[in-house]
Design a protein. Structure first.
Length: 261
């Protein structure tokens, strides 16, 4: 059933503004119906119409998003992440798993001039990045098989492109206790991630450091990994001490685009 939620999800999935025609085409809905929905959403400040008649998410959508459980977790984790960034002189990100994607909920930028750029709210295919691998490794293989098809989206020549290869990599992540990926999302970028787990040992988030491959040497890994792990455990302990929990999305295999295929 099409609704204003489909319009909001469509706008959220794009970094660029969309026209009414583009939205209608994306969600498979008549332009007249989308136009009516956009009027209502605009009245409630959930979307904003630009001067060129294209649309973006509005301030009210941002306000609602800021009340989501993971956002509070990101605020709590920020001081720990800032200290880690100072210690290893690299950017640090916190991500959560949303079905087959990761979503960045907190970020500390790298102090380096040459750095990996990211933004809070960025969505990335989970099989392409170390944070996704770290969180997926805490799930049973059967659940991973339900989430992903056999053929995976190939972003670079080094992207894990088959589900069977993903399952094998997740076994290696479990064995060593962290995820390490080189060139899976961008050819010149690598990443290391450690899962942050709840009481049931299922990941609720992942602490991730992404950096240019030229700086991701074995010496850097040997020095930085203990600090990344220590920071992840510190965030877990502090959040657990507050008797709070981080909502984990219920499994939903596929997304709104797949549902309309």
């Amino acid at each position: 059933m099409n609704s204003g939620l489909d319009v909001l999800e469509c706008l959220a999935a794009h970094s660029e503004p969309l026209s009414m025609t583009e939205i209608a085409s994306e969600i498979g809905m008549a332009k007249s119906s989308v136009s009516q929905l956009l009027v209502t959403l605009q009245e409630r400040a959930l979307v904003r119409r630009l001067a060129d008649q294209r649309y973006v998410l509005g301030i009210r959508a941002w306000e609602i998003g800021c009340r989501a459980g993971p956002v509070g977790f990101g605020r709590l984790a920020l001081p720990h992440m800032a200290q880690l960034s100072r210690d290893i002189t690299e950017g640090v990100a916190l991500g959560v798993l949303e079905f087959d994607h990761t979503v960045c909920i907190q970020l500390v930028d790298s102090p380096n001039v040459i750095r990996v750029h990211a933004c809070i709210g960025d969505r990335t295919p989970a099989h392409c990045v170390s944070s996704g691998l770290a969180m997926l490794a805490t799930l049973p293989d059967d659940e991973v098989r339900q989430i992903f098809p056999e053929e995976l989206e190939r972003i670079t020549p080094l992207t894990i492109a088959r589900r069977s290869e993903l399952i094998e990599e997740l076994a290696r992540v479990r064995e060593r206790g962290y995820a390490c990926l080189r060139g899976g999302w961008r050819p010149e970028v690598g990443g290391v991630a450690v899962a942050l787990c709840g009481a049931d040992q299922t990941a609720v988030a992942a602490l991730n450091v992404a950096l240019p491959l030229t700086r991701m040497t074995q010496a850097w890994l040997d020095e930085s990994l203990p600090l990344i792990r220590e920071t992840a455990r510190a965030i877990e302990r502090e959040f657990g001490a507050r008797n709070e929990s981080i909502p984990r999305a219920e499994p939903r295999y596929g997304n709104w685009r797949a549902a309309r295929a």
